[in-house]
Design a protein around this ligand. Structure first.
Ligand SMILES: N[C@@H](CCC(=O)N[C@@H](CS)C(=O)NCC(=O)O)C(=O)O
Length: 316
């Protein structure tokens, strides 16, 4: 996950708070005018700027994969971020559609989903998510977006299913995601293993990779401890992760395959996306063994495979 970045390390090493780390839920969207639609309305290539192991990026990736939306992945180097030079943000995920830059994972998903449901242009859909500016406790400007978790169906229907989906998408961002970093950096040994994995799949040069493994795992271990306090996780952070997973499976229940019924909804995809970001790490393996989430997880995995193969054009 960008459970690591230059700013993470810098902040850690200089003793700043963990508040500004990769898992901080800052909210913003930078939108340029939608100028890229040609007269023929040819499909615009979507680019996803990401870190492979960032849970926010993984949520967006899973959404795109499940919906068979073609996109190009750009793996950002977390130390120098030169891939983001052009961008109005230095955060990932960043989705670029033509000249439009979309930030904030849940907002990106709501916007792209809403657009896929109707004939509205991206600008029209973005208008449904107004910017709300406010100041935080330290007087810094904070930008939120109204309706961030809502899919604009073009109707006023507000069913229980829709409300449930919104509630659990919020839960993913406000609860589940915060349990990840403290879990993957739980002990020095685990932090080292996680970091080795993260740096092996991320965009690092060989020198950066080794530097990151040594400095990063140490730094992230301490940051993980701060985050544990900040998000009031159990002393044994695994227990918090397990109880979140159990909370989720209880909410899905035994009578349906997914929270969305016979198909995953956006909440299913969000939970899956977040857990998928830590696949291959100790915390993920422990969750699969010690909770009852595995059958649901495998069902979503299978649904994504089936859907993305169905939606692929023969030439793709
Ligand atoms: N709330 C944002 C959070 C995005 C975020 O915090 N991304 C991290 C990566 S996990 C980031 O880019 N941090 C800045 C950095 O790496 O310098 C979202 O949902 O997209």
């Amino acid at each position: 996950m960008a459970f690591f970045s230059r700013s993470c390390i810098r902040r850690c090493l200089f003793g700043a708070t963990a508040a500004g780390l990769c898992l901080k839920a800052s909210i913003c969207i930078a939108a340029a005018e939608e100028r890229n639609q040609t007269a023929e309305n040819s499909p615009t290539v979507i680019k996803l700027y990401q870190y492979q192991t960032c849970p926010f990026c993984s949520k967006v990736r899973v959404f795109l994969d499940y919906h068979g939306i073609p996109y190009e992945k750009v793996e950002v180097n977390p130390l120098f971020k030169k891939e983001l030079k052009f961008a109005t943000t230095k955060k990932v995920p960043l989705v670029v559609v033509g000249d439009v830059q979309l930030q904030e994972s849940s907002l990106i998903i709501s916007i792209l989903k809403s657009q896929s449901l109707g004939s509205r242009t991206l600008s029209e859909v973005m208008g449904c998510y107004p910017e709300i500016k406010s100041k935080d406790a330290k007087g810094r400007e904070v930008i939120e977006h109204g309706n961030k978790y809502e899919v604009m169906l073009g109707s006023t229907e507000n069913s229980d299913a829709r409300r449930e989906e919104v509630k659990w998408r919020m839960w993913v961002d406000n609860k589940l995601i915060h349990a990840l970093a403290p879990n993957i950096y739980r002990t020095l040994g685990e932090a080292r293993r996680s970091f080795n994995y993260i740096s092996s799949v991320g965009n690092f040069t060989v020198v950066e990779r080794y530097g990151a493994q040594i400095v990063g795992s140490f730094a992230m271990y301490f940051i993980g401890r701060k985050l544990k306090k900040k998000y009031k996780l159990d002393e044994d952070v695994r227990q918090s992760l397990y109880s979140y997973c159990r909370e989720w499976t209880t909410a899905v229940g035994k009578k349906r395959l997914f929270m969305g019924g016979n198909d995953p909804n956006l909440a299913d995809l969000a939970v899956y996306g977040v857990l998928n970001a830590i696949e291959g790490m100790d915390a993920f393996n422990d969750v699969m063994v010690n909770t009852d989430i595995k059958p649901w997880y495998l069902r979503v995995q299978q649904a994504i495979r089936v859907r993305s193969s169905e939606t692929k054009t023969p030439s793709s």
